[in-house]
Design a protein around this ligand. Structure first.
Ligand SMILES: Nc1ncnc2c1ncn2[C@@H]1O[C@H](COP(=O)(O)OP(=O)(O)OP(=O)(O)O)[C@@H](O)[C@H]1O
Length: 922
């Protein structure tokens, strides 16, 4: 009803005139409430008033550059051989991809591939007019183009693997208009990137209908996009249950794909699935997430109907075992369209990686005096020591000098560091050796200032390190940043606005950002040396197809690491194998799933399934049998499955609930215990118990700051304290921990209790997020990186969706309804009164509150507003108020106006839907 008021009883102009927003300029806008300290814990955001105390950042501090330093020079050891081996390769001209003008089968339009013209043209417009010789050989492998054979193949990073899988998958989808395909990737960022790519690839392609006559009569039933190929991404949480009807190609994370496959087997619609692509297949031996690939492929191979399975990876040592398992054609290539030069840097000397044996012999054991002049170990170049105290460490000095060299030549550099702190500190130092702002051309300068503007206008405000590094074209990138910050940085790097990105190793696997030069600052992830697969992933980022004619990697290592690093460089890739029977005992989940979705119901059918696993390729049958027996027993004793008098297995209601909510069996058991307790005594006079119920149980590797826990506990009201008591948590224990005690975690009971303390600590953070405290403020309060808090928030949405399903399956409808409401609040980051507004793009949490306080209380009010009227409100919602030079201010306002336009458009769409619903209901 409220939405109507804005339309029928009040004109837009009225509502805007009555609204209390003000038009104070940027400089004079106050913060709504402090960003640090505990004072905001339970305090609602204060309505903003124009005359309150002003806090702002002065223009002089924006992008203020610290004193510049000079990077060390890099000199050739033997100048006469410069043009042969030592010439700095930025200027080297190498022929890149070998091309064939004679072989017509390299053309995508070659009839044997049977690709429609539209697809060939789309790929051409995306820069792919012919395929590489290896891609051709691979595609022409037996039974691949017609979909009768599976494929496992391996090619170096950037070698063009994806195209082969894309073509096979598209052929399946084009062959049969009912066919569905799933493309499965490990990370959300990769899923999003792939969806964007595939949508461009399939644009305007129409699938032919065989039964046109019959369909002509049904024209009215058709959706406008019915003949198109619909590409949809599935990741994270979400209440919408995806069905085959919603897409033709689903690009999914492991978890989402497994869920889709389970429900399709359960409801017998799986026969529509004709192709499944498993990217990063080497992750199959990751017992945290990657093992789901084994579960999915095994289930598909256990079905009657055939589905083409295509698996690929850049780091597969024993491809044979995988091809045996999948009964697949195999193909391996070492082809790289952009050649790579690899180097090892040690004590200021740059060696070619091929000479690593010589280096060890020459340098000898760490600490010993050695003869450097052995023929095999001649460095090709050396990095001069630095006069600056900041660069006394030779490894750091090398990293800075190498990054400086490439960035100044105008190419992209990716530096990998072992820790987040290391990334930020390297980024600061590299930015100090690059040209200062006043030496930049106007276009570059403007683009970098624009980037700063974009970062500043995010809810988190501008990071103080990025504020000083971005003007020099440098940024850091790690999980401590929010996804919005990471996206802006990645795009700026991709478009050349930034020249250097310093990242943690996780970037190598999670995002596709190639660079001319990849520098490894110590080849460590945390404290451990990286493994050969990770090393390959990182080094594989060198060389951008189409942008660089060569890629270079430099592994800069400490003296004490030299031997290990040389070993690492020579190490074979590890052999992959099934991880279903490692400590985490994933076989239990495998068995529970197949019983719950009725793929197996007896020892024989379980046995048939096991025969098709990868595990069966690598373990002895009686060992596997032992695991199966104990797993079935465990599942029975946990109450997930039952066996009747005919020895037939069925999943119990609890077992089905666990599978449908995608929980691990142990997590499912934990949640069940917690929910049973909650159902007996659920604290409804506050929100803590609900929030606790959908706080994820996964291990986030977050340690509790007990002092913060104690402060938060002291601020809890009666209801919150009661929740603690019901959960078995004791204030005395929290106090003891805050004074330096250690939580016992030896017995299963102690472990369970520790888990509850942990979960409650996270629930406190979620409570803040639901109460409109911005992510970065919550992060500061709990002493955690803002990216981690954001991940918690996002994971929580997915988890909440799982718990809601769990409750529904258990018949706990009222609990499901309560959780559902809170799940909306978490998504909106806001209290109930803002839920409607928070559906609008960009209007979340604090921004929603500012709109509300200014009189824009309904979707209709915003839908009918002139975007210009919203600009001052958006300014008011900014966390950090900035005084900018007038030109920048103008630009900034233009950006906000564009944002306001998107907001009114989004509100209009929602409003129309609301109106339509009202009409339907009348
Ligand atoms: N035949 C081709 N001609 C031109 N460009 C191509 C061709 N094949 C692939 N590419 C391009 O090369 C780049 C790298 O390809 P792709 O992402 O498939 O590599 P990859 O082997 O999958 O690497 P990764 O291991 O990172 O996933 C992409 O930009 C892709 O569009």
């Amino acid at each position: 009803m409220e939405s109507r008021q804005g339309i029928f009883h009040k004109t837009t102009i009225d509502s805007v005139q009555q609204a209390t927003f003000h038009t104070t300029t940027l400089a004079g806008t106050k913060r709504a409430y402090p960003e640090t300290g505990d004072s905001q814990r339970s305090r609602p955001p204060q309505p903003t008033t124009p005359n309150a105390q002003v806090q702002f950042e002065r223009a002089s501090t924006i992008g203020k550059e610290p004193p510049k330093l000079t990077a060390s020079a890099i000199v050739a050891v033997n100048p006469s051989s410069v043009s042969e081996t030592c010439e700095y390769s930025q200027r080297k001209i190498l022929s890149a991809t070998p091309r064939s003008t004679v072989d017509r089968s390299l053309l995508l339009s070659f009839p044997r591939y049977g690709l429609p013209d539209c697809l060939v043209n789309n790929l051409k417009s995306l820069g792919i007019s012919e395929i590489y010789p290896w891609q051709k050989q691979c595609l022409l492998g037996p039974g691949l183009l017609n979909g009768t054979k599976n494929l496992v193949y391996s090619a170096p990073t950037g070698g063009g693997k994806s195209l082969v899988a894309d073509i096979l998958m598209l052929k399946r989808v084009l062959q049969d208009r009912d066919a569905k395909a799933l493309l499965i990737l490990p990370y959300i960022a990769l899923v999003q990137e792939k969806v964007r790519w595939l949508r461009m690839v399939v644009q305007d392609i129409k699938r032919e209908r065989q039964d046109d006559k019959e369909n002509e009569q049904k024209l009215w039933q058709r959706r406008p996009d019915e003949d198109n190929i619909r590409v949809v991404g599935f990741f994270g949480g979400g209440k919408i249950r995806a069905t085959w009807a919603d897409f033709d190609i689903g690009v999914c994370t492991f978890e989402k794909a497994n869920m889709l496959i389970n429900s399709a087997i359960d409801d017998y619609s799986i026969a529509k699935l004709k192709a499944v692509v498993l990217d990063e297949l080497h992750m199959i031996d990751d017992d945290r997430r990657g093992y789901l690939m084994e579960l999915m492929a095994t289930k598909l191979m256990s079905l009657e109907h055939s589905v083409q399975i295509v698996g690929m990876s850049a780091t597969l040592a024993n491809i044979d075992i995988l091809s045996r398992w999948l009964d697949a054609h195999t193909y391996t290539t070492f082809y790289r369209p952009v050649p790579i030069e690899e180097h090892l840097v040690h004590e200021g000397n740059i060696y070619q990686s091929t000479q690593t044996t010589g280096i060890i012999r020459a340098v000898g054991k760490p600490g010993t005096n050695s003869n450097i002049n052995r023929p095999n170990s001649q460095p090709i170049r050396t990095i001069q020591p630095s006069p600056h105290k900041e660069f006394q460490d030779p490894v750091l000095n090398a990293v800075i000098a190498l990054a400086n060299e490439t960035a100044r030549s105008g190419y992209g550099v990716l530096v990998f560091c072992s820790s987040r702190q290391g990334c930020e500190s390297d980024a600061r130092l590299i930015s100090r050796v690059l040209p200062p702002m006043h030496q930049l051309d106007t276009i570059t300068l403007e683009k970098r200032l624009d980037l700063l503007g974009d970062l500043r206008s995010l809810p988190t405000g501008l990071d103080s390190t990025l504020a000083v590094t971005v003007p020099s074209g440098v940024a850091f990138h790690h999980a401590g940043l929010t996804t919005e910050e990471r996206d802006l940085i990645a795009t700026a790097y991709d478009t050349g606005v930034l020249k250097v990105i310093v990242a943690t190793c996780s970037l190598a696997a999670g995002i596709n950002l190639p660079a001319r030069r990849v520098i490894l600052h110590n080849a460590r992830m945390g404290r451990d040396l990286v493994g050969p697969s990770m090393l390959r992933q990182m080094r594989g980022r060198a060389g951008r197809k189409g942008k660089d004619e060569i890629g270079e990697t430099y592994l800069c290592c400490r003296n004490s690491d030299l031997e290990d690093v040389v070993e690492l460089l020579r190490a074979e890739l590890p052999q992959v194998s099934s991880c279903l029977t490692t400590d985490k005992h994933r076989i239990q989940r495998a068995l529970l799933e197949i019983i719950a979705i009725r793929l197996a119901n007896s020892r024989e059918s379980v046995h048939d399934y096991i025969q098709k696993t990868l595990l069966n390729q690598s373990s002895e049958p009686d060992i596997i049998e032992g695991h199966v027996d104990s797993s079935l027993e465990n599942l029975t004793s946990m109450g997930f499955i039952q066996c009747d008098e005919y020895n037939l297995y069925t999943a119990t209601q609890l077992g089905k609930a666990v599978v449908s909510s995608s929980l691990e069996p142990e997590d499912g058991a934990f949640i069940y215990r917690e929910m049973q307790r909650a159902l007996r005594a659920f604290v409804m006079d506050g929100e803590m118990h609900v929030l606790y119920t959908f706080t994820p149980v996964h291990d986030f590797s977050i340690s509790i700051n007990w002092q913060v826990f104690r402060t938060e506990m002291e601020g809890l009201d009666d209801s919150g304290l009661r929740v603690m008591t019901f959960l078995g948590l004791k204030p005395t224990v929290v106090n003891r921990m805050a004074q330096g005690g250690k939580l016992k975690e030896s017995t299963p009971q102690e472990k369970e209790l520790a888990r509850i303390y942990h979960r409650f600590y996270l629930a406190l953070q979620l409570r803040d997020l639901c109460n409109e405290i911005p992510v970065h403020v919550v992060a500061r309060k709990y002493d955690m990186p803002r990216g981690t808090v954001q991940t918690l928030e996002q994971t929580c949405q997915g988890f909440a969706a799982g718990v809601i399903k769990f409750c529904e399956h258990m018949g706990w409808g009222s609990m499901a309804a309560i959780l559902d409401h809170f799940s909306d609040r978490l998504k909106a980051g806001a209290k109930s009164d803002l839920l409607a507004l928070a559906k609008i793009t960009f209007i979340k949490s604090r921004t929603a509150r500012v709109f509300y306080e200014n009189g824009f209380k309904t979707i209709a009010a915003i839908a009918n507003a002139d975007p210009k009227e919203l600009v001052p409100i958006l300014l008011q919602a900014q966390p950090t108020k900035v005084r900018l030079k007038s030109k920048d201010e103008q630009k900034y306002e233009e950006k906000l106006l564009a944002k306001a336009q998107i907001i009114t458009d989004s509100a209009n769409r929602l409003w129309q839907i609301e109106m339509q619903q009202d009409v339907d209901e009348v």
